[in-house]
Write a protein that binds this ligand. Structure first.
Ligand code: ADP
Ligand code: MG
Length: 238
């Protein structure tokens, strides 16, 4: 479960239309990457899906249900923030369990989910440490763990690797792809990095000024870019 459809979704900030009416379907289990230059509306679009911003028009459906007015915590989606969003004074275990404590899940179920997430993420031996005692990659995994325990219908990532150094970024990119293979849960991933887009995506959505320039698999975009903007961004020889 994790099919997300946007039907003429638009967003204005004051007088400025940042996202003109936009249609998009994200299939259950798909790894979809929003890519485009800084300021093109990637984060805004993701935040609209998450419910962190209200739409100015249109409809968002999640697994067929109208979610347009549903608050973020009840959409069944999990936003993965950059690793610096961890609580430094809490153990890894408490950081990962945080959303479950907020939801008042019983303690045994919390522990079960934290253990399962830690196992998937290779964090089992680090549960009693604090974020400050972890490497950058491990901290990023804790941030992902906090999303996994919610057992969401989809994961939403906003440039999760942008504050990691280049070598770590490559490793984490592979880890997130592995995680997607294992969980088979829908992932929507925002980046301005075309290498991340080309290597991780099942489907790439190329955005420019809030509009979709093209949607397709990495190979489709590479072979048949619709215009010079897409070709330039994807790096194909058109
Ligand atoms: P991206 O993530 O692709 O870099 P954003 O979605 O952050 O782009 O921003 C898209 C446009 O919307 C930018 O012009 C930005 O300045 C504007 N914007 C984003 N958030 C707000 C806001 N809360 N108020 C006003 N303008 C905003
Ligand atoms: Mg952004």
């Amino acid at each position: 479960m994790g099919r997300i459809t946007l039907d003429k979704v638009r967003k204005t900030f004051g007088e400025v239309e940042v996202i003109p009416p936009l249609d998009l379907t994200i299939e259950d289990g798909e790894f979809v990457v929003f890519v485009g230059p800084s300021g093109c509306g990637k984060s805004t679009l993701l935040r609209l899906i998450a419910g962190l911003e209200d739409v100015s028009g249109g409809e968002i459906r999640i697994d067929g249900n109208d979610a347009t007015m549903v608050p973020p915590a009840r959409r069944g989606l999990a936003m993965v923030f950059q690793s610096y969003a961890l609580y430094p004074h809490m153990s890894v275990r408490k950081n990962i369990a945080f959303p479950l404590r907020m939801a008042k899940l019983d303690a045994a179920e919390q522990e079960r989910r934290v253990k399962a997430a830690a196992e998937v993420l290779n964090l089992t031996d680090y549960l009693d440490r604090r974020p400050g005692q972890l490497s950058g990659g491990q901290r990023q995994r804790v941030a992902i763990g906090r999303a996994i325990v919610r057992e969401p219908a989809a994961f939403l990532f906003d440039e999760p690797l942008s504050n990691l150094d280049a070598a770590l970024r490559v490793g984490m990119r592979l880890e997130i792809s592995e995680l997607h293979k294992r969980l088979k849960t829908t992932m929507v991933y925002v980046t301005h990095d075309q290498v991340e887009a080309m290597t991780m995506a099942d489907k790439i959505v190329v955005l420019r000024a809030g509009r979709i320039e093209q949607v397709g698999s990495p190979l489709e975009l590479y072979r048949t870019p619709r215009n010079l903007f897409v070709a330039g961004f994807i790096g194909s020889p058109k």
